[in-house]
Design a protein around this ligand. Sequence first.
Ligand code: IMP
Length: 195
Amino acid sequence: MTDLIFATNNQHKLREVREILGQSFNIVGLRGMNIFEEIPETQDTIEGNAIQKARFIYEKTGMSCFADDTGLEIEALDGRPGVYSARYAGEGCSFADNVRKILLEMEGMTNRKAAFRCIFCLIIDGREFLFEGKVNGEITLSSSGGEGFGYDPVFLPDGYRQTFAEMPPYLKNGISHRGRAAEKMKQFINSEVAR
Ligand code: IMP
């Protein structure tokens, strides 16, 4: 069993990543480590934030850990909200506020192309490794579905007729940005580390 700290307080993400990594990993979130402070996330790239969060937890605990950072990149909005996806509608905003803001900004736009891009930063014995996952899709005209979190109700992945929020979790995890990045990390650990 590989023990890893996941530098997140987001219980949705924790559940997703546990499902993706499977039984041979013991994934502990920050609450499980009694870490309640806000982790700094002040970089201006997705990679930078993933590295910053993972280093913060590694320096604090000395234990193997990983962090993820995700951005929703909308073509017609020149890649926004991107690295600012979490607080796009302002400090303290809700997921619904962010969704409302992008729907409003995209009103009347016919190019609805978007992608979620996710980076995982894994630190083991002080060595850092990055893994990327991406999923292409479209922003719908209105919200639909009650699963997942964030922008899931307005993200329609290419090749599907359901938004991420309408899909059962196993389906989202199989094709999502986070699912793809986590799968790469899992293959790496299984082949390079846990031999
Ligand atoms: P984070 O920095 O990885 O927490 O992601 C930033 C923001 O992107 C989150 O606050 C969510 O609004 C959004 N986000 C991240 N992952 C997902 C996802 O799987 N579905 C929908 N939105 C997501």
